[in-house]
Design a protein around this ligand. Structure first.
Ligand SMILES: [Mg+2]
Length: 205
């Protein structure tokens, strides 16, 4: 039977939306829940998808500069059996529709269904989703940015040898600021609790 969803051998959602070739480029790795869309616990209903405008501005700026944009999202609700990949796919379709209406596009979407205590390679703070994306697309990890509302997003970036993180002020951002600050060092810098439109401005500036 043909697998209806873009799952890799490890069971991770691994969806390439815009194949590209050429020299490695910096990418924007973007968390989904609480960063790109408003935080809804265990989101499975497409009608609850609400874009967060500064993140949309960031995607638009990355598109204009031809930097790949990769969404990386922990989805333990799947591992917990609260919803399925069909629900994730419906949310994903809604998200892509809203982004298209906002004149911006994603290059790839990665999602990890594993439980928090699984230590699965794809589960943030592990770097598996970033590393998988860097195998699908020509990405220069060291000059890429990780943007998210949780310290584990930035930690995943740091573990993938990124040097730049951005903790969004939305979602869990205010809760996680101390944990995110603790990641700074050893070649990793982070901007904390500034709107993502600030990163968009850096890309266009
Ligand atoms: Mg998040």
């Amino acid at each position: 039977m043909t697998q209806p969803f873009p799952l890799d051998q490890s069971g991770q959602w691994c969806e390439l939306l815009r194949p590209r070739a050429g020299a490695p480029r910096p990418a924007i790795f973007l968390d989904r829940d609480g960063t790109l869309i408003e935080l809804v616990e265990y989101l499975s209903a497409p009608e609850k998808v609400r874009l967060i405008e500064p993140a949309v501005a960031l995607i638009r700026a990355a598109n204009a500069r031809d930097w790949p944009v990769v969404v990386i999202t922990n989805q333990s609700g799947i591992g917990r059996g609260l919803y399925g990949w069909n629900d994730f796919a419906a949310v994903q379709t809604r998200l892509l529709t809203l982004l298209e209406a906002a004149n911006c596009v994603l290059d790839a979407v990665m999602a990890c269904p594993a439980l928090p205590d699984s230590n699965a390679p794809c589960r943030k703070p592990n770097p598996g989703m970033l590393l998988s994306a860097a195998r699908l697309l020509p990405i220069d990890l060291a000059s890429s940015w990780i943007a998210g509302d949780s310290a584990i997003d930035l930690d995943a970036g740091k573990r993938a040898d990124l040097r730049h993180g951005w903790l969004a002020p939305t979602g869990y951002g205010p809760r996680d600021v101390d944990d995110a600050r603790a990641l700074v060092g050893s070649g990793f810098e982070a901007v904390l609790l500034e709107p993502l439109s600030g990163l968009a401005a850096r890309l266009t500036g």
